[in-house]
Write a protein that binds this ligand. Structure first.
Ligand code: HEM
Length: 169
């Protein structure tokens, strides 16, 4: 994976600071997702007011661990396996990725630049993230050993936390 780590980190740092920060980005994510892809709305039972915090924490954890694949890969595999419970299908990942890039673009354009290079960096990163999550969900057995070594249970949960979407440093 050769992602544009510096650009991903700097744009995410801007997203925290600009246009109302991650709260407005996260709430807009679900607003646009449900407008554009109403078919996924019934999968969600947690209200966006709560759910957006988990999504943003998981994106932040991923960005923070881009240079630490030993942490990032099992984190994403575990998340992919947990999504089996939420009835997520592989085909939904394109919608979620498209939506995240679109709302990030809206968000960062309000106070500064959103360039084609930034867009490409996020698209590549989301494709890579989706691939790891989907592969794990399609074949949980193949990553079981990796998960156990990193402190996750085979179902993607952790005994030491009820918030596995937060990555401890
Ligand atoms: C970039 C890919 C994705 C990321 C980073 C992500 C992140 C998260 C996080 C952090 C949670 C909280 C629960 C947990 O961690 O187990 C969650 C829950 C959930 N996600 Fe995702 N997700 C992604 C893709 C998807 C896709 C493609 C769908 C399908 C529409 C989806 C649907 C859901 C649902 C239904 C829940 C449970 C909500 C509830 O509690 O009601 N996610 N996601």
């Amino acid at each position: 994976m050769s992602l544009n780590v510096d650009l991903l980190k700097s744009t995410f740092a801007r997203a925290k600071e600009e246009n109302g920060g991650l709260r407005s980005l996260g709430l807009r994510f679900y607003e646009r997702l449900f407008e554009k892809y109403p078919q996924v709305k019934p999968l969600f039972s947690t209200p966006p007011e709560e759910q957006h915090k988990k999504l943003m924490a998981s994106v932040g954890a991923t960005i923070a661990s881009l240079n630490e694949p030993d942490k990032m890969v099992p984190f994403l595999q575990a998340m992919g396996i947990r999504h089996l419970k939420y009835k997520t299908e592989s085909a939904h990942y394109g919608a979620v990725g498209e939506n995240l890039v679109a709302v990030l673009g809206e968000h960062l354009s309000k106070e500064g630049e959103w360039t084609s290079e930034m867009k490409a960096a996020w698209e590549e990163a989301l494709n890579a993230v989706s691939e790891i999550m989907i592969q794990a969900a399609e074949n949980p057995e193949s990553c079981k050993e990796n998960l156990l070594k990193a402190g996750y249970d085979a179902d993607g949960m952790r005994k030491d936390t009820e918030q596995p979407w937060v990555l401890s440093r």
